[in-house]
Design a protein around this ligand. Structure first.
Ligand SMILES: Cc1ncc(COP(=O)(O)O)c(C=O)c1O
Length: 257
């Protein structure tokens, strides 16, 4: 069967992590599992607790009518409410169930977000070195990946990010603890980034409402880009309320998959 050129290319460049995982499996067979340290996929090195296995068994054997049928696309409302409650507690941001969309893993979440916010050619900023699947996530939705190097300590370089933002920027991928560097971004870095984005956004919205004060780059913007600049210069998770690092960007939890 003929497949599309983009999928053909993606298969050619298929996940390096998966390839390394398969190489690890081959080496384990050849040299014995005890002689190979496998840091490829983020598989836990402990088995699930008995309570988790019991709960899974209970759910699978449940005969409650409808319990194995379709659910609403964003997930069960009571689950979304519980997650929102957890997020409120952990972040102090006023999340509600409507802000939560359940997905199978982080890849699904990143793809849902990018599909929701990208028009063809819109830009997504990715901090380097990056998780090797990010380029696929962006091109899956006709976006353009704009790479920004991190500093020597692998922390986000706020000035470099600011310089990379254009009227077509729709999201910044932030990933902490970072895969692949392991760097945990301190709160101060996230606050600095959020402050920079806030400043940029308020400058843009004031020049959009007061065109005479527009800077040269603002004046050159197309109507399309002016429209996008009226919203946050990056993806928002759910409705934007209080500015917070969590609401300012596409975030992705780290594991090594
Ligand atoms: C930074 C990052 N994003 C996304 C993913 C994909 O996560 P999932 O397997 O939950 O889809 C991973 C997995 O390791 C990751 O490290």
């Amino acid at each position: 069967m003929r497949i599309s050129r983009s999928i053909e290319d993606q298969l050619k460049n298929a996940s390096w992590i998966r390839r390394m995982f398969e190489e690890g499996a081959r080496l384990k067979k050849e040299r014995g599992a005890e002689n190979v340290y496998d840091f490829t996929l983020g598989n836990p090195d402990v088995e699930p607790p008995a309570e988790v296995l019991d709960a899974l068994r209970r759910v699978v054997s449940s005969a409650r009518p409808g319990s194995h049928g379709y659910m609403p696309n964003p997930g069960y409302p009571h689950v979304r409410e519980r997650i929102a409650e957890l997020l409120r507690r952990e972040t102090g941001v006023d999340f509600v169930a409507d802000d939560v969309f359940m997905t199978v893993g982080s890849s699904g979440a990143c793809n849902v977000i990018l599909k929701s916010i990208l028009d063809p050619g819109d830009e997504v900023i990715v901090l380097m070195p990056c998780f090797s699947e990010y380029p696929f996530y962006v091109t899956n939705h006709a976006g353009r990946m704009v790479t920004v190097e991190t500093g020597a300590d692998f922390l986000p370089d706020i000035d470099a990010i600011r310089a990379a933002i254009t009227p077509r920027t729709r999201a910044i991928f932030l990933n902490t603890p970072n895969n692949p560097t392991g760097r945990v971004y301190p709160e101060s870095t996230l606050r600095d980034l959020a402050a920079m984005l806030d400043t940029l956004e308020s400058r843009r919205s004031s020049s959009a409402t007061n065109p005479t004060s527009a800077s040269s780059s603002t004046a050159a913007r197309s109507p399309r880009s002016r429209r996008s600049s009226a919203t946050a210069p990056c993806a928002t998770l759910g409705r934007s309320r209080k500015a917070s690092p969590a609401s300012a960007s596409v975030t992705s939890r780290s594991r090594h998959t």
